[in-house]
Design a protein around this ligand. Sequence first.
Ligand code: UDP
Length: 337
Amino acid sequence: MKILVTGGTGYIGSHTVVELQQEGFEVVIADNLSNSNIGVLDGIEQITGNRPLFELVDLTDATATRDLFSRHDDTRAIIHFAALKAVGESVEKPLEYYANNLNSLINVLVGARACQVPGLVFSSSCTVYGQAETLPVTENTPRRAAESPYGNTKMMCEDILKDVARVDPSLNVIALRYFNPIGAHPSARIGELPVGVPNNLIPYLTQVAAGIREELRVFGDDYNTPDGSAIRDYIDVVDLARAHVVAIQRLLEGKNTRNHEYFNIGTGRGLSVLEIIRAFERATGVKVNYRIVPRRPGDIEKVWADTTLANETLGWKATTPIEETLRDAWRWQQASR
Ligand code: UDP
């Protein structure tokens, strides 16, 4: 059963390819390598014993995407990860973000319809909820106007998918709203590969622990939270990858109740930045040099998921304890030096 994974050499994509292959799916990766590297295929092969087929394609190129689908017209489902994802950069380069993230989805949808692919899973984000009034957020929590072009592309892509699914009942879509993906494969063969200075907490933290950077800046200790630092729902990347496999199986087995569904993919538990630092130190025995600095503009105070729908409807649950996730992140950091 052939699954097309766009952005399959990226962070979440590569972990998902591993889980798909381990479930016996045949995977074709389409990626332009703009924020990933071909060596990831070696890591996937070392873990699974199986090298996925790789197609170097720019999905914003309509002709190239059409040709991709004609070479793989037996694709049974698509997982569409390929997108630009740096919040700050999107503020500086809005047109690049809109052009890339919207056009690639549109071209993939055109291809999916031409080949009558029945299922598509889309990478969405809890960013669509913004700072919700009530926590935890459920899938029915109202979406809020996005704070960045990046966040806006996630909202717009969700809307494009909803409109297309409405007129095409043979296309079944699941949008997974990720909370904060962290960690790495326990084998330390694949993980997150930040280019330059990391923006995200965990890669920055592990680089500080490794002595690559001097100190972790904790953005704000004056939030309305128990210890004053901001709270997120950190989800292990392998647990997250498995959610995609379950979503694909749901679509292929025709178990979806509507042809357009959303699921929150998190742990259901919020942790503060300071709690993460302490958990990392406990898990690895390595001290993290940190300093409290002012809040980062655009950051929300707190968010975590109500995962009841994913737990009960998808039959999926995050199971990896945070210490284990942080140990995996640390092992990956040490392996990639
Ligand atoms: N954060 C931090 N220092 C850093 C990077 C992030 O204190 O160097 C905080 C950030 O303010 C937020 C949390 O860690 O509260 C998660 O940030 P990240 O950028 O990883 O994900 P986001 O939730 O912004 O998508």
